[in-house]
Design a protein around this ligand. Structure first.
Ligand SMILES: [Zn+2]
Ligand SMILES: [Zn+2]
Length: 405
């Protein structure tokens, strides 16, 4: 590897819309500038003029210094005096009660009872603070459950729920299902969950939008073919999902190229990046060959392998320096950027039928960035990742401008 940190450190990235703007939350906007510059009282958490300091040299406001604690009017527990007349838990509880009574007024009494129970259950698990802030996130699913209850005049089973709302297989619904199982209303079953999780993802894949009209048609018909195999039990929901996902990704990849028709040339480039998708793509390429006469034979494609760049290391170094010393600009082509960077840093050649984008950049558990190609990981310094992102943004913006004009 040829990492040159002094070179990389000299990269300057101009500020664009990519640099994160400061997140101003609603509360902040109500605080005047003067108040914002005040320190936070270490006891009550409000921004106030410092009055005294703790032994650990932490700031205390006047109320917290003199009164220290107060007894909450509601729950009788003591709390930092500077907070007011009731403790923060009671403030959250009050706001939660208000929200809950409003929500249950729209639910049928049957589901309403469970919504109230859920609120209590969640408060016990995650605290009243969390529940009060996030309860509205859960209300919609209760309304959906309510609709099912009213249709079937009974509480739905786990499968009925997922059948009606396949999106509920996602993690965000796990808490509600755990609660319903805890109340013995449903029985969570892993196989059912997996089935509907795959169906949910398949549904999303079927709705992928392509710039090329025929691609949507290919996916729809390929799905039909897979469905008949599923009915014969020759494939599982998981296989079906993986096959469709590879097909969608391959077609999306084709769209990077000027002549975006599926071809051996593009397929070869695709498998160079994702050699692991060879099996899951085989059926789709056969499908395109037999149904739409595309000249695609995946078995004729050699196993992906790495090769050295065709130019000397010195030339690559010059090109690399030229890139990192110029701020990202539309004159730098995205693919040339990757060719130079991987050529210089990793001494590998990126073939012309390979198209890389920021979507290929992943992070490992140590937060290092890499791109996987030919079943190997190639690391990228974070400054170059930032460069690539800005560059990609410049090119996409330019494309959109072209499309508009
Ligand atoms: Zn205070
Ligand atoms: Zn209280």
């Amino acid at each position: 590897m040829h990492f040159n940190h002094s070179l990389i450190a000299s990269i300057t990235i101009p500020k664009t819309s990519y640099s994160k703007s400061k997140n101003i939350n609603e509360q902040d906007t109500h605080i005047s500038f003067d108040k914002k510059s005040l320190p936070t009282c270490s006891s009550c958490g409000y921004r106030r003029k410092p009055y005294s300091y703790t032994l650990q040299k932490k700031v205390l406001c006047k109320i917290c210094s003199i009164e220290v604690t107060r007894v909450c009017k509601e729950c009788k527990k003591s709390f930092p005096a500077g907070r007011g007349t009731i403790c923060s838990d009671c403030i959250f509880q009050k706001s939660l009660n208000k929200k809950v009574s409003k929500i249950i007024s729209y639910l049928s009494p049957y589901t309403g009872i469970y919504f109230v129970k859920f609120t209590k259950w969640l408060s016990g698990r995650r605290g009243v603070n969390f529940t009060s802030v996030y309860i509205e996130k859960y209300q919609e699913y209760f309304f959906q459950i309510d609709t099912l209850c009213q249709e079937t005049k009974k509480f739905p089973t786990y499968e009925e729920l997922l059948n009606a709302y396949p999106f509920a297989t996602s993690k965000s619904y796990f808490l509600i299902h755990t609660f319903l199982a805890h109340k013995n209303l449903i029985k969570i079953d892993k196989r059912t969950r997996e089935k509907y999780a795959n169906l949910n993802l398949i549904d999303k894949l079927l709705n992928t939008s392509f710039a090329t009209n025929s691609f949507h048609h290919f996916i729809k018909n390929y799905h039909k073919q897979l469905q008949s195999k599923l009915q014969l039990n020759s494939i599982t929901y998981l296989t079906m999902r993986l096959s469709l996902s590879s097909a969608v990704k391959y077609l999306q990849y084709c769209e990077y190229f000027k002549d975006n028709e599926p071809s051996m040339y593009i397929l070869e480039g695709y498998l160079w990046i994702y050699p692991g998708q060879r099996n899951s793509l085989t059926e789709f390429t056969n499908f395109l060959k037999h149904q739409y006469n595309y000249n695609l034979t995946i078995t004729n494609i050699k196993q992906a392998s790495l090769s050295r760049p065709h130019v000397s290391h010195q030339i690559l170094q010059k090109r690399f320096l030229r890139i990192i010393q110029t701020p990202p600009d539309k004159s730098i082509k995205i693919q040339s950027f990757y060719k130079v960077v991987f050529g210089y840093l990793h001494w590998i050649f990126i073939p012309n039928n390979v198209y890389l984008s920021c979507d290929n950049i992943k992070k490992n558990s140590k937060q290092d960035f890499y791109i996987q190609m030919c079943a190997q990981k190639f690391y990228l310094p974070k400054e170059l990742v930032q460069y690539a992102r800005v560059l990609e943004k410049i090119h996409t913006d330019q494309l959109q401008e072209h499309a508009l004009s």
